[in-house]
Design a protein. Structure first.
Length: 131
């Protein structure tokens, strides 16, 4: 692996972790587009790599900080985690079944990001203007 690739991967990992821990976004929002556009991975390779990356750091790093501050609702987290496993498995199957239709996956991914961005911006503006 070239040193420039290692540097790009390190930057992607750092900023994905930083944003994931700071605002709770899944690192995939950062990692997937970065792997596709900066390193030329296919959408499926980027998704698979992102999913593999998420296991240890999110499960351990950020969660420890929030747990120490008493900011984790354990019963909620357990229910979500268990159903997340099923959803992740089904999502992986669905993504792989659409391997020849990568534009569908890109459309869904972009739409989810756009919807979340608009909702968050409008909510922040509403709060800001209320002051």
């Amino acid at each position: 692996m070239e040193s420039s690739t290692i540097i790009i991967l390190a930057l992607i990992g750092f900023f994905a972790g930083l944003l994931g821990g700071f605002v709770g976004v899944g690192g995939g929002i950062i990692i997937v587009p970065a792997l596709v556009y900066f390193l030329g991975l296919t959408q499926h390779q980027a998704i698979g790599t992102s999913v593999a990356v998420m296991l240890p750091p999110i499960g351990i790093g950020a969660a420890m900080v929030y747990y120490q501050q008493g900011d984790i609702n354990i019963p909620y987290a357990l229910v979500i985690a268990l159903t997340f496993i099923l959803g992740g498995w089904l999502g992986g199957l669905a993504s792989q079944s659409l391997k020849e239709s990568v534009h569908v996956i890109k459309l869904v991914f972009g739409s989810v990001m756009l919807y979340a961005a608009v909702k968050m911006i409008l909510s922040a503006l509403k709060t800001f203007w209320a002051k």
